[in-house]
Design a protein around this ligand. Structure first.
Ligand SMILES: [Zn+2]
Length: 145
């Protein structure tokens, strides 16, 4: 299960709408407890490095800026928080992993949050775990506090 606040969810929705018709993306910092529950502590936006000049097009895929990840790892160093996942939007596509997403799922421990954006308006967000090796996509329960 993944726990988020309503404010965090709204922040993701805002970014998803701003990025439309491209995909927004960012990292999720949080705390894991032994029963597998993850509580998100920070939403860290990233430029989608696939948008714009030199990018392969950010309307159906995304890539988090490695610098954003590096900076976040430094910020979290020595705290109880870690990088627990990332989020991105699906412009005019459902909030479920695409084949390309599964192909990019190199880290099975990370949670994927996917927000659908329909005609510019953010819709449902769903949480997933993806495993590239097994081809498995598993929907996770979300708790909004
Ligand atoms: Zn995707």
């Amino acid at each position: 299960m993944i726990r988020l606040t309503l404010a965090q969810l709204e922040e993701i929705n805002t970014q998803a709408e701003r990025a439309y018709p491209n995909e927004c993306c960012g990292l999720l910092a949080g705390i894991r407890v032994p029963d597998g529950t993850v509580t998100v502590t920070r939403i860290v936006p990233s430029p989608n490095v696939l948008i714009g000049e030199g990018g392969r097009g950010g309307h159906d895929r995304f890539e988090v800026d490695p610098q954003v990840r590096f900076d976040l790892m430094r910020t979290l160093h020595g705290t109880t928080e870690g990088i627990v996942g990332h989020y991105h939007s699906h412009p005019d596509h459902p909030a479920k992993p695409s084949e390309h997403d599964l192909d990019m799922a190199f880290e099975p421990d990370l949670i994927w949050l996917i927000t659908t954006v329909v005609k510019g308006y953010a819709g449902k967000t769903r949480a997933w775990r993806l495993n590239r090796n097994t081809g498995e996509t598993k929907s996770l329960e979300m708790e909004i506090a």
